[in-house]
Design a binder for this molecule. Structure first.
Ligand SMILES: Cc1cc2nc3c(=O)[nH]c(=O)nc-3n(C[C@H](O)[C@H](O)[C@H](O)COP(=O)(O)OP(=O)(O)OC[C@H]3O[C@@H](n4cnc5c(N)ncnc54)[C@H](O)[C@@H]3O)c2cc1C
Length: 415
C-alpha cells in the first residue's frame, strides 16, 4: 500500500485516492463522558459576584451577551477555528450583541459605559477569543479612531453602518519592520492634488482581508508626523492577503497589506490625527478591552474545566474528587477573582479620568500573565482532550503571541 495522506472530511486516503479510514466520530459519540464546548458550560467562575459592582444596565448587557455568545457563537467556533475561516453568516448574530461603537454616543452607536463594554467583551472571549478579537478590532480600534479623530462628516458617513456590522472595519498600525516600535512606522502619505497618496506595507492587520473600511496610519512626507486615513475596500493599489499558518486566534483573518500609490481623497483624511500622541486616546481605551480579553478567556477555561472534572471519571470517581485537581481549580479561580477586580478598577480609573497609560499597560500585562497560568492549568486538567479545540482549552493555549507586546508595557507603543 502507498503512503498515507490526509483527505477531506477527516478521511485518510492512500496515494491512489482510495479510502483507508472512516470519518472522525462526532466528539459526543467518541468521548461520551464529557460534554464538548459547543454546548457551553454554566458560568461558575465569577465566584466573588462581580455583578454587585455593576449598574443594572451593565448587568443586563452582560447577561444578554453571555446568552447570545453561548447560544450562537459556541456551537460554530470549533469548525471555523479548525478551518481558519471567518463565519460570515454569524455577523448578523454578532450585531445583535449591540457592542459595536462601544462608548460612542450618537451615529447609531450604543453609548455604553466603558465598564459595560469591557465586561461584555470578556463575555464574548469567555466563549471564543477569535470572536472577541474580531469585535475589538472593528469597534475599539477602527470605529473608536473615527469617533475620536474623525470629522463630523466622517462620523456620519461611516459609523452608522459599522455600528450595525453592515460594514466591517480594520485598523492598520503595525508594519513588518515596526511592531512594538510602531511609532517609527514608515508607510508614507504624500500630498497630491485632491488628496493623498499612500505607499507602504502593513502586517498582522485583523479583518483586513475583507474589511470595507480600512483605517490606515501613515507618516506625512512633509511634516514627518503620523496621520490617519480611511481607505475603502477595492481602492486601486490596495492589496490585502491573509497570513497563513497561524496557530492562535485562527478564525481572525490577519492580513498583510500592500499600499502601492493608493489615492485617498482629502475628505477621507482623519483630521484629528496629526501626531502619534493623537491616537493615544484610542490606544488607552483599546488596551482596557485587551486587558479584559484574558479575563474572559480564563473564565471560559475555568467553567469548562469545572464541568469536565465533574463529568469525567477515572479510578471510579469524578476527576473533581481528587485533591490534586481541586488545588489546580482553586489556583485558577483565585486568579480569576483577582483579574476581575483589577479589570473593574481599570474601568473605574478610566471613567473617572484618572487612568494613565501605565495603569492600562500594567493591567494588560498582569491579566495576560495570570491568564497564561489559568490556561496552562486547564490544559493539564483535561488530559488528552486538553489539545482538542472541541474542549476549548486548546484554542486558548496558542493565542499568547497576540499579547507579546505586554512584556514591554511601559515602552511599547502598539495597541
Ligand atoms: C493575532 C494578532 C492580531 C493583531 N492585530 C493587529 C491589528 O489589527 N492592527 C495592528 O496594527 N496590529 C495588529 N497586530 C500586531 C501587534 O500589534 C504586534 O504583533 C505587536 O505590536 C508586537 O509586535 P511584533 O509582533 O512585531 O513583535 P516585536 O516588536 O518584534 O517584539 C518581539 C518581542 O520583543 C519584545 N520587545 C519589543 N520591544 C521591547 C523592548 N523595548 N524591551 C523589551 N522587550 C521588547 C516584545 O514584547 C516581544 O516579546 C496583531 C498581532 C497579532 C499577533
Amino acid at each position: 500500500m502507498g503512503s498515507l495522506r490526509g483527505g477531506s472530511g477527516g478521511e485518510g486516503r492512500n496515494e491512489d485516492g482510495g479510502k483507508v479510514g472512516l470519518p472522525a466520530l462526532e466528539v459526543a459519540l467518541a468521548f461520551p463522558q464529557a460534554t464538548p464546548a459547543s454546548l457551553f458550560p454554566p458560568a461558575v467562575s465569577d465566584y466573588y459576584q462581580l455583578d454587585d459592582l455593576l449598574t443594572n444596565e451593565e448587568k443586563a448587557l452582560r447577561k444578554k451577551v453571555r446568552a447570545i455568545s453561548e447560544k450562537e457563537i459556541a456551537p460554530i467556533m470549533t469548525e471555523y477555528w479548525e478551518k481558519a475561516e471567518f463565519p460570515f453568516h454569524a455577523i448578523p448574530k454578532l450585531a445583535t450583541l449591540g457592542l459595536a461603537g462601544s462608548t460612542t454616543k450618537g451615529y447609531g452607536c450604543p453609548g455604553l459605559s466603558l465598564t459595560a463594554s469591557a465586561v461584555s467583551i470578556a463575555e464574548v472571549a469567555r466563549v471564543d477569543a477569535s470572536c472577541s478579537t474580531f469585535i475589538l478590532v472593528h469597534s475599539s480600534l477602527a470605529m473608536s479612531t473615527i469617533a475620536l479623530c474623525g470629522s463630523e462628516a466622517q462620523k456620519q458617513k461611516y459609523l452608522p453602518s459599522l455600528a450595525q456590522f453592515k460594514t466591517v472595519g480594520c485598523w492598520a498600525l503595525t508594519e513588518p519592520d515596526y511592531g512594538s516600535d510602531a511609532s517609527s512606522l514608515k508607510t508614507s502619505a504624500t500630498k497630491v492634488p485632491g488628496g493623498w497618496q499612500l505607499d507602504g506595507q502593513k502586517r498582522w492587520i485583523g479583518n483586513s482581508t475583507f474589511a470595507d473600511v480600512l483605517v490606515i496610519l501613515a507618516r506625512n512626507a512633509d511634516t514627518k508626523q503620523l496621520n490617519g486615513f480611511i481607505v475603502k475596500k477595492g481602492a486601486p493599489g490596495l492589496r490585502a492577503t491573509k497570513i497563513q499558518n497561524k496557530i492562535g486566534l485562527r478564525m481572525v483573518q490577519n492580513g498583510d497589506i500592500l499600499l502601492n500609490k493608493v489615492f485617498v481623497p482629502e475628505e477621507d483624511r482623519l483630521t484629528g490625527i496629526n501626531s502619534f500622541q493623537d491616537i493615544s486616546k484610542v490606544l488607552a481605551m483599546s488596551r482596557i478591552m485587551v486587558a479584559w480579553q484574558p479575563i474572559g478567556i480564563s473564565m471560559g477555561v475555568y467553567d469548562m474545566c469545572h464541568r469536565y472534572l465533574k463529568e469525567r471519571k477515572q479510578f471510579g470517581a469524578p476527576l473533581a474528587a481528587f485533591q490534586l485537581n481541586q488545588e489546580k481549580l482553586v489556583r485558577m479561580l483565585g486568579n480569576i477573582q483577582a483579574m476581575l477586580l483589577v479589570g473593574w478598577r481599570l474601568c473605574k480609573l478610566y471613567e473617572s479620568g484618572k487612568m494613565t497609560p501605565g495603569h492600562a499597560s500594567l493591567g494588560k500585562a498582569w491579566t495576560s500573565s495570570k491568564s497564561r497560568e489559568v490556561v496552562s492549568l486547564g490544559r493539564e486538567l483535561l488530559g488528552g482532550n486538553g489539545i482538542l479545540a472541541d474542549f476549548l482549552v486548546a484554542k486558548r493555549s496558542a493565542i499568547w503571541s497576540r499579547f507579546t507586546r505586554m512584556r514591554a508595557p511601559m515602552t511599547s507603543t502598539a495597541w
